[in-house]
Ligand binder design. Structure first.
Ligand code: NAD
Ligand code: DAU
Length: 354
């Protein structure tokens, strides 16, 4: 086999953000060999990577990070220089319905990877890197004012965010206790192509397209800071190459929206794209029972990443949301495939009994 400059294991690469990270690394760095390891849960979809799957510097491995024995074997067979760890259960509502799956994938899975990296790299940690991808939800909820910084104390409220917080603590513990070279980044809400339509933006685009109700939790007053997924992938590239080992970097869009205002923008764009009279989609808005433990506001201060590593988001939200709507409208087959089967059962459980 040809010698590559770096051998990188990306976990969760068939998911939403992971697939954009894999694509960026495969295309931008032909000198790196990129291994995408994914269990292919309901959220993992190899169709996300069809355009790069035949590239010589790409390999796919179907595996579960919870399987510690397999991980050790895999690391013995390949000389990975770095891990970029995205594999996780990622949807808050599912974590409320089945917390144990989140404990297994997000906590046990991360510890397995940490143990395997520590064991396999024990001769020398030089030039090795374990980069853990996390979320702003670990910081809890903000009031009307202020921002999450890297110093904000952890205060997670959902089983999802608690499992991610736990994994972040374990990653830091492996750095502080064993000297494992680690990096962590905590990002705000992503949107863009290939997001599973259980998350707010693709769910609402899909529902509007099919004239189905738009289930707004509570009063729709919760605030999220939205970042285009390719900007997140570029931030991950920047942090991977320039980040200081042991450090944490916050990533955000500086783009706060109250849910109900964001939903109205989606309705307006959809009416426009579908050639329906303005106001048609807004009539689908239906207020439903709030998410338990629903965090009021997330807002990220990404000043450290911008000042120290020079990353800035590239896309304005108005443009990003139009590109996103176009992508879902032009990729109906992708949507049909992921919304069939298991997802339909989930949708019924989650909303029709609400
Ligand atoms: P996703 O649910 O779309 O994808 C997760 C991927 O992980 C899927 O391909 C799934 O098959 C895989 N996976 C799950 N369990 C696995 C296991 N045990 N072994 C191997 N693979 C497994 O998630 P996403 O939205 O792309 O999020 C990716 C990462 O980024 C997660 O760690 C998430 O916590 C974090 N994050 C997400 C957001 C967001 O807005 N979506 C924001 C900040 C951080
Ligand atoms: O902040 C980063 C996090 O963003 C990531 O770590 C998570 O993986 C990701 O899922 C996302 O979490 P949220 O819970 O913020 O995203 P979600 O799309 O589920 O919801 C966004 C907001 O919209 C939230 O306030 C809940 C609300 N909502 C969501 C759905 C699915 C509704 O009102 N109705 C809905 O049907």
């Amino acid at each position: 086999m040809k010698d590559y400059q770096k051998y990188i294991l990306i976990t969760g690469g068939a998911g939403f953000i992971g697939s954009h990270v894999v694509r960026l690394f495969v295309n931008k760095y032909p000198g790196y060999l990129i291994y995408n390891l994914d269990k292919l849960t309901y959220a993992g979809n190899l169709a996300n990577l069809r355009d790069i799957e035949a590239k010589p510097n790409y390999r796919f491995i179907k595996a579960d990070i919870v399987d510690g024995e397999y991980m050790v074997k895999l690391f013995a067979e390949h000389r990975f220089d770095a891990v970029i760890h995205l594999a996780a259960e990622s949807h808050v509502d599912r974590s409320i319905a089945s917390p144990m799956e989140f404990i297994m994938a997000n906590i046990v899975g991360t510890v397995n990877l940490l143990n395997t990296a520590k064991f396999s790299w024990q001769d020398s940690f030089t030039e090795k890197l374990f980069y853990h991808i996390s979320t702003d939800e670990v910081y809890g909820s903000l009031g009307e004012e202020g921002f999450f910084t890297e110093e904000t104390p952890y205060d997670p409220h959902s089983p999802y965010s608690a499992s991610k917080a736990s994994s972040d603590h374990l990653v830091r513990a492996y750095h502080d206790t064993y000297g494992l070279p680690v990096l962590i980044s905590n990002c705000s809400n992503n949107y863009g192509p290939n997001q599973f339509p259980e998350k707010l933006i693709p769910l609402f685009i899909n529902n509007i397209h099919h004239s189905k109700p738009l289930p707004v939790y509570g009063k729709g007053e919760n605030v999220r800071d939205w970042l285009y997924v390719i900007d997140h992938a570029q931030a991950i590239d920047t942090i991977f190459h320039k980040g200081l080992v042991g450090e944490t970097y916050n990533i955000g869009g500086n783009n706060e929206w109250k849910n109900i205002d964001l939903i109205k923008v989606i309705c307006e764009v959809m009416d426009d794209k579908l050639g329906r009279p303005q106001g048609t989609s807004e009539k689908l808005i239906t207020y439903v029972k709030d998410r338990p433990g629903h965090d009021l506001r997330y807002a990220i201060d990404s000043g450290k990443l911008q000042r120290e590593l020079g990353w800035t988001p590239s896309l304005q939200f108005e443009e990003g949301i139009r590109i996103t709507v176009d992508w879902y409208l032009n990729n109906q087959q992708w949507l049909d495939e992921v919304t069939s089967g298991d997802y339909l059962k989930y949708y019924e459980e989650m909303y029709l009994k609400r």
